[in-house]
Design a protein. Structure first.
Length: 211
């Protein structure tokens, strides 16, 4: 028997010491944010079998039998890790782009949220996960809106890192350019990929979250 639970505490407010927004994605329980699958030491997007029956793998994939290839859409293999999505509306005129971090380390130091670049699907699956450091730009649309998408991965050395022993929070700073006050902005945050399918489905993405 399964039960549903709110898996995200999202808040937003002004940046301290700068013009912009501070977006906060926080776990209400320690294993709400999960990487896609266990990794090798080669990087956060590498794939490693999780093939011990009954072992508590803290990933979106869970048990993955060795007779299955570790490729997208394979049995038991999630398409993505947990994704963090924010939509910013009411961005003031004059702010043409937003400056955002390419990657953000969680409060425990065990997880890293990497920015996902479009094009991605309407449910926020797909796209390109960026693993470099530094900042990136988000173009503000004609309707004065912008969308940010990040995917949760493990921190170095990747293998065995999952953040499941702590309540993790990701703090994402958003700076407008030109630097105009963001008091008019309205921000919503959700987990992704989004999918309204209420039950088991062979065609819905894994993982998936109710909007």
């Amino acid at each position: 028997m399964a039960s549903g639970a709110n898996a995200l505490n999202f808040t937003s407010g002004p940046l301290i010491g700068a013009v912009g927004l501070d977006l906060s994605f926080a776990e209400p329980f320690p294993n709400a944010f999960k990487k896609r699958i266990e990794n090798t030491t080669g990087g956060p997007l590498t794939l490693h079998y999780q093939d011990v029956p009954g072992a508590p793998y803290c990933t979106e994939s869970g048990f993955t039998p060795e007779f299955v290839s570790l490729t997208p859409s394979a049995i038991g293999l999630a398409d993505t890790g947990t994704r963090l999505f924010a939509r910013i509306q009411g961005i003031p005129p004059g702010a043409f782009v937003l400056i955002v971090p390419t990657e953000v380390t969680s409060s425990s130091g065990e997880l890293v949220a990497h920015r996902v670049l479009p094009p991605f699907a309407s449910n926020f699956a797909g796209g390109t996960v960026v693993t470099g450091a530094g900042d990136g730009l988000v173009v503000v649309g004609a309707a004065h809106t912008a969308e940010l998408l990040y995917e949760v991965t493990a921190a170095t050395p990747y293998l065995g890192k999952n953040g499941c022993g702590a309540l993790d929070t990701f703090k994402i700073g958003v700076v407008p350019f030109l630097p105009v006050p963001m008091s008019s902005a309205v921000v919503t945050g959700e987990l992704a990929p989004l999918d309204p399918t209420p039950g088991a489905s062979a065609t819905a993405p894994e993982p998936r979250f109710q909007p």
